[in-house]
Design a protein around this ligand. Structure first.
Ligand code: IFM
Length: 447
């Protein structure tokens, strides 16, 4: 068995609906066509990755990356309940084989925000059958693609999905319904546990380049550093702590079997308990997605929560989405993840920066924070920049540009950014020192 400490994974992450194009059987496509994207855009051909995946993977490999995180599109694999598309499975198999040829170890995400329309119409993850259906889909993916995949991510940002769909109205079905939110949290945890067990139990004989790597299953969890707007404010400190506990901690506690506290004061009654996850660690690693902090302001209102949340103070350096650049929070969140004593992967970190002016600094500062977290004891195994390419940023449309490679949406040409060059140089510098996780510190000199 390969020693896991041998190679640090340098990667980039993407998701199916944000790059592939013409995913016309999912809930987002339907929502876009109801005119719900802020700009009125639709994902349409997107970045045309469906036809250009070989070119895109080549770009990733040329940067010196040794891993690639992508998601499968459930609605392509199972466009109607129980009807499976061989063509779609073959496409993902080819993608995985191309990764292998190029030395990019795949990290396969089973669910990244989109749902087949047939499932969304029944209530998505608020529907009681969702864990069973998620299990069936996982079983097929494991059977068809599992022989070549060691790294699995069951759910991407389940908290963001819950808040966006049932509380904050920025994802379909965009309703305010705390009851559905709590049932979605419950069903997603159940789905995760089913998938965790199933992958470990049913993975087929392993083949190819990474066949000796241990199977690792985790989730990609979004963390935000909640800070106060007025320093010293007791009420804001309390509110920020409540948000931190709910948003950052509940999933980490649930998947490590410590507690299930899917409950936010004033909003959710406690979600039902998933007994299969009680007192049991159902992940082999923690995947952390980190972008920014949130500033919590006490704001009494006639109805709703007495709180406003801002992402950057006026004049503070921020991304094109107005998210403040706050690398200290990254270190802090990684340290929190590290306390669970599991391997940690940074499954996403990046910035929307159209001109690529802020991204080099963002990348350096965040890598510095990651290295500090490692020096403070966090068992870091990999870093995936979000994203390989510019892509469809959900309700914001195509405006925000996160890519290491810019995409021209007229002719789909890809252009390498300075940040991509910088990332490449940093990876090379790390490899020259042996490339193992413990030698990450040498990177500091190159930063
Ligand atoms: O684009 C998203 C991604 O789908 C999930 N994590 C955050 C990214 C930037 O908003």
């Amino acid at each position: 068995m390969k020693d896991l400490t041998q190679a640090f994974l340098w990667g980039a992450a993407t998701s199916s609906h944000q790059i592939e194009g013409y995913n016309d059987k999912n809930d987002w496509w339907a929502w876009e066509n109801q005119g719900k994207i802020e700009t009125g855009e639709r994902s349409g051909p997107c970045t045309d990755h469906l036809n250009r995946f070989r070119e895109d993977l080549r770009l990733a490999a040329d940067l010196g990356l040794n891993s690639y995180r992508f998601s499968i599109e459930w609605s392509r694999l199972e466009p109607q309940e129980g009807q499976w598309s061989d063509e779609a499975f073959d496409w993902y198999f080819e993608l995985i084989e191309e990764c292998e040829r190029l030395g990019l170890e795949p990290m396969l995400t089973l669910h990244h925000f989109t749902l087949p329309l047939w499932m969304a119409e029944q209530g998505g993850f608020a529907w009681e059958r969702s864990p069973e259906l998620f299990g069936k889909m996982t079983r097929k993916v494991v059977e068809r693609l599992g022989s070549k995949v060691a790294l699995w991510c069951t759910l991407n940002e389940p908290m963001v999905l819950t808040v966006g769909s049932y509380l904050g109205k920025f994802m379909p079905p965009a309703i305010y319904d705390p009851e559905k939110a709590r049932m979605a949290l419950y069903h997603m945890l159940k789905s995760h546990v089913i998938a965790y067990d199933l992958i470990h139990r049913e993975i087929p004989a392993r083949k190819g380049r990474w066949k000796d790597n241990p199977v690792q299953v985790g989730i990609a969890h979004n963390m935000i550093d909640f800070t106060v707007t007025r320093s010293g404010s007791i009420i804001e400190t309390w509110l920020a702590e409540q948000l931190h506990q709910f948003y950052n901690m509940t999933w980490l506690d649930a998947i490590t079997g410590r507690a299930q506290r899917f409950r936010f004061p004033l909003l959710l009654t406690q979600a039902p308990i998933v007994s299969e996850a009680l007192g049991r660690v159902t992940v082999d690693y923690l995947g952390i997605n980190y972008y920014t902090r949130a500033q919590v302001e006490f704001a009494p209102k006639w109805n709703g929560l007495p709180v406003n949340i801002g992402f950057a103070k006026p004049g503070e350096p921020a991304s094109d989405l107005g998210w403040s650049i706050h690398p200290l929070g990254f270190q802090k969140m990684l340290k929190i993840a590290g306390q669970y004593r599991l391997p940690v992967y940074v499954t996403e970190n990046g910035i929307a920066d159209r001109t690529d002016a802020l991204r080099p600094g963002y990348l350096k500062d965040h890598l510095r924070s990651m290295i500090k977290a490692q020096q403070e004891g966090v068992d870091l195994r990999g870093y995936y920049y979000w994203s390989l390419l510019d892509n469809f940023e959900w309700i914001k449309g195509f405006g925000p540009r996160f890519g290491l490679f810019q995409v021209d949406y007229q002719n789909f040409a890809r252009t390498k950014t300075h940040s991509a060059e910088l990332y490449q140089k940093l990876i090379e510098a790390h490899r020259r020192q042996g490339g193992d996780p413990s030698s990450l510190g040498v990177l500091l000199e190159s930063l």
